[in-house]
Ligand binder design. Structure first.
Ligand code: DX5
Ligand code: ZN
Length: 219
């Protein structure tokens, strides 16, 4: 089943604990947490201490998207903070295979993300090590950008490779997903849809979830 993963990048940072509780009360099962270091991307958000502070507010799946250089330096911190899925960027590490192995060994789900300019072929040999593959449909760093449709071919390719090779990874899409683009991502194979600005623009998170889930079912 397709899942909506709201990205708190578009939430009210002054009330993050309440925002997380409101997402859970609305029926969300996954929350997407965007960690940015000002190096891999030109923006800085929050790190493991903030995630640790949020953990007691919810038992939703904490889907942590690391947009940081050499992410393995901080794996322990994010795992101790309560991450359930830790996704690193292929472009941010010199050894993605080692990193993915380290995450699985630590007992969290290992995710690998690719930026719009990185082809699926670059990560094909890493797919058996992945529990999740995150296809960026915008340049990482900021919410509210327009969906880049080349992401759809990548999702389709990753889905067909999964079928061919008996892979187990979930397919996640992130960036510019809204009422207009959501159904294309579902048809292309996305299992988890990250939604930042389009989700938090809605006043009532319960109604938002219902509306986007309904659209995904009609895809
Ligand atoms: C961007 C982040 C996204 C962001 C998406 O680098 O990875 O998770 O919150 O925001 P929207 O849905 O507004 O494009
Ligand atoms: Zn993200």
């Amino acid at each position: 089943m397709v899942e909506i993963a709201p990205s708190v990048l578009s939430a009210d940072f002054a009330r993050l604990g309440e925002e997380i509780e409101a997402l859970q009360a609305a029926g969300c099962r996954i929350v997407h947490l965007d960690v940015m270091d000002g190096m891999f991307v030109p923006n800085i958000t929050f790190g493991a201490p903030v995630i640790k502070a949020l953990r007691p507010h919810s038992d939703m799946v904490f889907d942590v998207h690391l947009m940081i250089e050499q992410p393995s330096r901080y794996f322990d911190a994010f795992i101790k903070a309560g991450a359930d899925v830790v996704t690193l960027h292929f472009e941010a590490t010199d050894d993605a295979a080692r990193d993915l192995g380290q995450l699985r060994k630590a007992g969290v789900r290992a995710g690998l993300s690719i930026k719009p300019g990185t082809p699926v072929e670059a990560v094909e040999s890493l797919l058996p090590l992945c529990d999740l593959v995150l296809v960026m449909s915008v340049e990482p760093g900021f919410g509210g950008q327009s969906f880049q449709p080349q992401a759809l071919q990548k999702l389709e390719r990753l889905r067909s490779l999964r079928r061919q090779n008996g892979g187990i990874y979930l397919l996640e899409v992130d960036g510019g997903v809204n009422a207009d683009t959501l159904q294309d991502t579902v048809r292309a194979g996305a299992d988890w849809l990250v939604m930042g600005s389009a989700f938090f623009r809605e006043k009532d998170y319960g109604q938002a979830l219902e509306k986007f889930m309904e659209l995904s079912k009609l895809a």
